[in-house]
Design a protein around this ligand. Structure first.
Ligand code: NAP
Length: 339
């Protein structure tokens, strides 16, 4: 019979889809938010039939308050919450401290509550960076921090490493694994858009005058959530210590544009077709912080294989063209595109 799962960061994109799937499958869900007064009503409105099967707790990754209550009675944790900003903070500890110390805090309270299964939402950021000249990665690879990587990438790498080290020392009987998504797209639940989905929105809204010569690997939020649930349900020996990248194909942004134009032509009037010269990207990066990350990715293929996850967890990922089309349609259905 489905049990009770703590999903951290209930306001988030991935957590929202995960809660949706868990409730649909009969699980009871505890979720955490930083401001209960602000968010509980909205969460309850999203799942009006959940009743007592959904409970909302107020916690922050930076403090202990509320975590014991949120963990009590749960069979598993999906630790999804972590800062995921569009820009780059001045101080990298704004990301690293909540990512690393927050994960250790949630692990500690999970152990205190006797929880035996812990799924960490890590990232391909912990797999595929800091290795110039390499373009293809899989679940065995680790980001190399010695070369200097952007703060978000460092935060995810440090948090996953810290979690694995902590479990090895403090919780031998806890079954721990990570889900490592590449850039996540797919249907949205509300107007609080994740950084990855904002790329598609900006493209559909005509916010890119032209397309930089960069790309990213794509995964679907429905597959990311499904991987979490399969990792909760799988026999312990199958998932203990595992890393599960969720990823389909690497696509250039020009391919994103072509897919949006062919699969959702009614929404694609503002999608750019011209290529942005590299010198424009480099100049913009001097003044627009978000463009610094684009500059670093110019002409770079960075592909992470999700094959291991499909093989071990036993499912097939949604085709990325379908994912991008569903992202666009869902943004339109929620009236989130510029008219
Ligand atoms: P999101 O929508 O921005 O959700 C992030 C969640 O983390 C929010 O619920 C946020 O709460 C919470 N959070 C941030 N700082 C916190 C703090 N100090 N205390 C408590 N909660 C805090 O992002 P997402 O796309 O769903 O990402 C969820 C997870 O997936 C993250 O761990 C991210 O690194 C990982 N991931 C995402 C992608 C992607 O492309 N989307 C790819 C790979 C991995 P508030 O609402 O209060 O800010």
């Amino acid at each position: 019979m489905p049990g009770r799962v703590l999903v951290t960061g209930g306001t988030g994109y991935i957590a929202g889809e995960l809660i949706d799937q868990l409730l649909a499958q009969g699980y009871r869900v505890h979720t955490t938010v930083r401001d209960k007064a602000k968010h509980e009503f909205r969460l309850r409105a999203g799942w009006p039939d959940a009743g007592q099967r959904l409970q909302v707790f107020e916690t922050d990754l930076l403090g202990d308050a509320g975590w014991a209550e949120a963990s009590a009675g749960c069979d598993a944790v999906a630790h999804v919450a972590s800062p995921f900003p569009l820009g780059v903070p001045r101080d990298k500890d704004e990301l690293i401290v909540p990512a690393r110390d927050g994960t250790l805090r949630v692990l500690h309270h999970a152990k205190q509550a006797g929880i035996k299964r812990f799924i960490q939402t890590s990232s391909a950021a912990a797999i595929a960076y800091g290795q110039p000249g390499r373009h293809h990665f899989d679940y065995t690879d680790w980001t190399n921090l010695t070369t200097g990587v952007p703060p978000y990438i460092e935060s995810k790498t440090v948090a996953e490493r810290a979690a694995r080290d902590w479990v090895a020392v403090h919780a031998h009987d806890m079954v721990f694994c990570s889900i490592n998504p590449v850039a996540v797209f797919g249907p949205v639940h509300d107007d609080d858009l994740s950084t990855s989905v904002q790329v598609v929105k900006m493209m559909l809204d005509g916010r890119f005058p032209a397309i930089p010569d960069m790309g990213m690997s794509v995964t679907d939020v429905r597959d990311v959530a499904r991987a979490h649930i399969l990792a909760i349900e799988a026999p312990a020996e199958k998932v203990r210590g595992e890393r599960f990248p969720t990823a389909t194909r690497f696509l250039w942004l020009s391919e994103f544009a072509a897919i949006l134009c062919s699969r959702t032509p009614e929404l694609a009037a503002r999608v750019p077709t011209r290529r942005m010269p590299d010198w424009v990207v480099k100049t913009l990066a001097l003044v627009v912080p978000a463009m610094k990350q684009v500059r670093g990715e110019l002409r770079n293929v960075r592909e992470v294989s999700g094959r291991h996850t499909e093989d071990v967890l036993g499912f097939t990922f949604i085709d990325p063209e379908q994912t991008l089309a569903d992202t666009a349609r869902s943004l339109a259905a929620h009236n989130l595109l510029k008219r």
